[in-house]
Write a protein that binds this ligand. Structure first.
Ligand code: ADP
Ligand code: MG
Length: 285
């Protein structure tokens, strides 16, 4: 068989075997291996390594896409110097992903603009790169979606999908109070997640105000019990990064910018309000 027909067959085999990187790069790698006098083993190693790296990158890209982050945020872009109330050591330790292995949760508590969503998304993004299945939800969107799923008698299937994840992000819990049915569905998700997968929750509410959002003291107690069983708490008590940024740009013409926006619940203080849940202590079992 001629070399040329072998090449055509090789291309076909590599397609069949789903090795696009090998298909694309084998000739260049073969030429450089020959030039450097490397043996067949080294040639095959270099080629398969490229295939593997690209495959992992493609898979991470798919995981990031299916996580549905509203915007991509990285830990490298977070200025810890601008928000000194945040425990940087804890955030960096969380970025190793160990908490996901242990099915532990993360709670980011603090007032608006302090980087909670940024940090939560960055941890989610890192988890995708580490091979984890992640999903970002705004808390209200999740509850609305679940109400719809229930209406369509699809809730069981949806909850089964939830359980397939390694990490679920629930963003901005507390901005909008839930209906009774909504609060019960949120509780359902948190119960399903308990000890099966990790949750990262961002909220502007100190624990003692969660009842106002959930509507029922009993439900709030049961929810917090699960959420805070093994939890890492990051408190962000500083000034809004947006405001600080705007002030820098438009000069220091302070009016009443430090006041919370209308309707913003009061900022949490040092203690998170749940017995046994110490701020920035991990994990709290
Ligand atoms: P929160 O969720 O606490 O309301 P966000 O995470 O949405 O705050 O932050 C608001 C904006 O400011 C985002 O664009 C975020 O990337 C940026 N930001 C906040 N804190 C920091 C920080 N310390 N370093 C860099 N960017 C920040
Ligand atoms: Mg936010």
């Amino acid at each position: 068989m001629s070399t040329e027909s072998n090449r055509i067959l090789l291309k076909h085999h590599l397609e069949k075997l789903r090795l696009p990187t090998v298909r694309r790069e084998w000739e260049a790698v073969a030429a450089s291996s020959a030039k450097d006098g490397r043996d067949y083993g080294d040639f095959l190693f270099a080629l398969t390594e490229r295939e593997l790296i690209e495959r992992e990158q493609r898979a991470a890209g798919r995981r990031i896409k299916s996580a549905k982050f509203p915007v991509i945020k990285n830990l490298e872009d977070f200025d810890f110097g601008a928000q000194t109330s945040i425990n940087e050591t804890l955030v960096r330790q969380l970025a190793t992903g160990e908490y996901i292995e242990g099915r532990e949760n993360v709670l980011l508590i603090g007032n608006s603009g302090t980087g909670k969503t940024h940090l939560a998304s960055a941890l989610g993004f890192t988890a995708c790169a580490q091979g984890k299945r992640v999903r970002f939800w705004s808390a209200t969107t999740l509850v609305t979606h679940m109400l719809e799923m229930r209406e369509q008698r699809d809730l069981k299937r949806f909850l089964a999908q939830v359980e397939k994840h390694d990490l679920i992000l629930l963003d901005e819990l507390g901005y909008v109070p839930f209906s009774k049915a909504g609060a019960e569905l949120l509780f359902e998700v948190i119960s399903r997640a308990y000890e099966r997968l990790s949750l990262i929750v961002t909220t502007n509410l100190p624990f003692e105000q969660w009842t106002e959002v959930m509507g029922s003291e009993r439900l709030t107690g049961a929810l917090l019990d699960r959420l805070t069983h093994r939890v890492h708490i990051i408190e962000a008590n500083g000034e809004s990064y947006r405001l600080k940024d705007a002030r820098k740009r438009y000069g220091n013409s302070r009016k009443r910018e430090d006041d919370p926006a209308p309707g913003t619940p009061r900022r949490p203080t040092g203690s998170s309000g749940v017995p046994g849940a110490k701020p920035d202590k991990q994990p709290n079992t």
